[in-house]
Design a protein around this ligand. Structure first.
Ligand code: ADP
Ligand code: MG
Length: 332
């Protein structure tokens, strides 16, 4: 038992009737203990279905899920669906009692057998999620991001070993998301929690996850660390999920002196920079997107539009002519 893998899906299949045979097909995953694993993929690729099977909310038609070497039972086989050592948080915060205070929303989940422990644990999770100052506020008056923090605090209250997150940050303002992501990473670091998250925000998975699993049409097409998949994606699909990349045909790429053998040439924004010093200024700046320490430039030449990164904000204006220097590309 001690050497059993932490959490595994072994060739699990769950399909839904229909012409596309949507669902998850023969997927095996090995979830590492005390790590953050992110499942990414376009909408409908089977992310939620896989997550629900790992948790025991859905039974695989084929294959099995094992937690520490023991079968995870599906909803048909268990009175309260979902594995006892796991908790799941989704976008909807329906579980919250809007008429109760934040404190009570969390405390209610713990038994009254040890009042001191109940008090201490409630304080601890509210602190971990940085909402202790909201303890006396009625949940009704919280912002979307604060509600999401309470939902996660509730999930953590009973000390699950695994926290499953199904795109829980979608309702949270971008500016608050980062803080929430950091706080969850801190909980993982401090408590040894294992997190499995589904997300389609590249910035989020790249900064939060230790391991990425890429799903396409219900199957895993690759997996690895964020760095590995970002720098060396094996598929165009993965590059598009993780970056705001430019995709050119081989013919168009040839115009820039990029000689590719494959059909698609991928250029990340940071691999292409504007240069003003060149005599051949053949691109026109169509749009400037100010990002603080850098700018995203949309530049155009004929039918080709490229997104570039400019690390000297303010240097260019819309309408300026520039030359584009491409120093790296991938081909698929
Ligand atoms: P994702 O979370 O990646 O968007 P899902 O796992 O929710 O994808 O769904 C995968 C595919 O299965 C989708 O095409 C979806 O329409 C279909 N699907 C999911 N749940 C059901 C269901 N209960 N009945 C029929 N089709 C479903
Ligand atoms: Mg989903």
């Amino acid at each position: 038992m001690t050497n059993a893998p932490f959490l595994q899906a072994l060739s699990v299949t769950k399909t839904y009737p229909g012409e596309r045979m949507a669902g998850v097909k023969g997927v095996s995953v090995d979830i590492k203990h005390q790590r953050v694993t992110a499942i990414i993929g376009e909408s409908g690729s089977g992310k939620s279905t896989l997550l629900k099977m790992l948790y025991g909310l859905l039974s695989p038609e084929e294959g099995r899920v094992e937690f520490k070497g023991e079968r995870v039972w599906g909803p048909e086989e268990k009175l309260i669906p979902g594995h006892d050592a796991m908790k799941m948080v989704t976008q909807d915060t329906d579980g919250l009692n809007l008429y109760a205070k934040v404190w009570d929303n969390v405390a209610v989940l713990m038994p009254n057998t040890d009042i001191k422990d109940k008090h201490d644990r409630t304080t601890q999770v509210l602190k971990q999620l940085n909402i202790l100052h909201l303890a006396d506020r009625q949940a009704f008056y919280l912002s979307g991001g604060e509600k999401q923090r309470v939902a996660i605090a509730r999930a953590l209250a009973t000390r699950p070993e695994v926290l499953l997150l199904d795109e829980p940050f979608n309702q949270v303002d971008t500016s608050f998301r980062e803080g929430l992501q950091q706080d969850i990473r801190q909980v993982v670091h401090d408590t040894g929690l294992t997190v499995i998250m589904v997300s389609h925000d590249p910035a989020e998975v790249l900064s939060m996850a230790d391991e990425l699993i890429v799903l396409k049409d219900g199957q895993i097409i690759e997996s690895g660390s964020p760095k590995q998949l970002y720098q060396h994606p094996q598929n165009l699909y993965t590059a598009k999920l993780l970056t705001n990349c430019n995709v050119l045909s081989r013919e168009d790429a040839a115009q820039f002196g990029l000689n590719a053998k494959a059909d698609h040439v991928v250029i990340y924004p940071e691999w292409a920079n504007p240069t003003g010093s060149w005599t051949r200024k053949d691109f026109t700046i169509k749009q400037l997107l100010f990002k603080g320490s850098y700018e995203d430039l949309l530049v155009q030449k004929g039918h080709i539009t490229l997104r570039l990164l400019n690390d000297e904000p303010g240097k260019y204006q819309v309408g300026d002519k520039v030359h584009v220097k491409i120093h790296k590309f991938l081909e698929f």
